[in-house]
Design a protein around this ligand. Structure first.
Ligand SMILES: [Mn+2]
Length: 427
């Protein structure tokens, strides 16, 4: 972790400008009848899980350009996540991928996490690649496969992932399936769905009583013709067929271009099936770019639905927030620091929406004023709120600046040397 006095020194140096900006914003919000202290408290309570696969440089199928000092194992990845949490106060949990980051000794890893004041979020299974020594191949699918032995193996893997998760203190499993086909006729469309549901039912039957199971849809890739769980409708059908503890996970990159994702969120909320998010951003497809980097307004509109759901006190509303990104060009830690800030920014902006006024404009069909109400919240610069929330959590007023000044990456370059790190593809 970073030396806390370094963070304190940075905050002291930045304090006077920050104080003035914060006071000014507080006065501005007061005129809008918003208590800035209340917003800071809510931003402080926001937490998002970091995936174990986001700490190393990702790549594409064309190549990978690793930076130095990447973590070589899950222990070093946890160390990096602890630094992100130290600077932001917002990433207390890790979402573990199995087998990529499967610990030899889960109890020992849990102890390491405890020492770093970290916990575990959803565990992620993987039946989209073959692992060394594996009996059967997933080349033609896993839970949807025509061969019952392959399906049995995929179910067993998910049960194993849950066992590891139990030891770690996880409380949910995310199942993203690559299952699908590349050509018309290759796969029976209805039968493959039914086999998938049957497998998920076997997994769900073993789900610990206090756990949730998330199904995650994706329209295409690696299946280029028909993916079994290709859209939120298919995901919802599965969650509804499985039972109350099965919910849908929305990965922001897993939608066809121009999909209204906030509307998808609203529909899943209505169905009581919004399980959580994989945050990222994209221009074209499943690009896994930094959340809020390309379409910040869309991210705000998603959070707007979530804040609205909280204020409406929707039954069973408890979304799990996770990041799912692949950092090909940026330093992964810096990209995650930036991501957390972008998420908190969208959340804080959504908290500023004057919902009473919006409801009135909606009721009277005042289109322009309704839209302007959202834009007014979105266009408010909430930077001082985010800085204040971090400062109160002993984090940094400017996390990236402190991270760079502290020389953490260079220290890791020396310490970790060139590891034998093999990057995962992204989910
Ligand atoms: Mn995902």
């Amino acid at each position: 972790m970073l030396d806390p006095t370094r963070i304190a020194e940075h905050n002291d140096a930045a304090h006077e400008h920050h104080r003035r900006d914060y006071e000014h914003l507080g006065q501005h919000l007061q005129r809008r009848k918003v208590d800035i202290e209340r917003i800071v408290e809510q931003v402080q309570a926001f937490a998002v899980a970091v995936p174990s696969w986001a700490l190393g440089t990702g790549g594409t199928r064309f190549g990978r350009f690793p930076g130095g000092g990447e973590p070589r194992d899950i222990y070093e990845k946890m160390d990096d996540i602890a630094v992100i949490h130290q600077l932001t106060g917002a990433t207390p949990r890790v979402s573990l991928h199995i087998p990529w980051d499967e610990p030899d000794d889960p109890a020992a890893l849990r102890q390491h996490a405890d020492d770093l004041h970290l916990g575990f979020d959803a565990v992620n299974s993987n039946t989209f690649q073959d692992q060394p020594g594996q009996d059967r191949s997933y080349k033609f699918g896993s839970l949807c496969h025509t061969d019952a032995e392959v399906r049995r193996q995929a179910v067993a893997h998910n049960l194993h992932v849950m066992e590891v998760g139990k030891t770690l203190g996880s409380d949910s499993i995310t199942i993203w399936l690559a299952d699908g086909s590349n050509y018309p006729g290759q796969m029976h469309l209805r039968a493959s769905y039914e086999r998938t549901l049957d497998g998920l039912q076997q997994i769900y039957a073993q789900l610990p009583a206090d756990w949730r199971l998330f199904t995650e849809h994706k329209p295409y890739e690696p299946a280029f013709y028909a993916t079994v769980v290709q859209d939120w409708g298919s995901s919802l059908m599965l969650a509804q067929a499985l039972g109350a503890r099965a919910q849908c996970l929305v990965d922001l990159g897993h939608h066809l271009p121009n999909t209204n994702i906030e509307l998808v969120v609203a529909r899943l909320l209505t169905a009581g099936k919004l399980g959580g998010f994989h945050f990222n951003d994209s221009k074209y497809g499943d690009d896994d770019l930094t959340a809020g980097s390309i379409q910040p307004y869309q991210l705000f509109l998603v959070f707007n639905e979530l804040v609205d759901a909280v204020q409406a006190d929707l039954d069973g509303f408890d979304p799990a927030y996770m990041i799912d990104q692949s950092h090909n060009l940026k330093d992964p830690i810096e990209a995650l620091l930036q991501t957390v800030e972008n998420l908190q920014r969208a959340y804080a902006q959504a908290l500023l929406v004057d919902r009473e006024a919006l409801a009135t404009y909606q009721a009277t069909n005042d289109v322009l004023m309704a839209e302007r109400t959202l834009k007014r919240a979105y266009q408010t610069d909430v930077t001082p709120i985010l800085a204040e929330a971090r400062k109160r959590a002993d984090g940094a007023i400017d996390p990236v600046e402190v991270f760079r000044a502290a020389g953490y990456r260079q220290a890791k370059v020396d310490e970790r040397q060139a590891g034998d790190y093999v990057p995962p593809s992204s989910l």
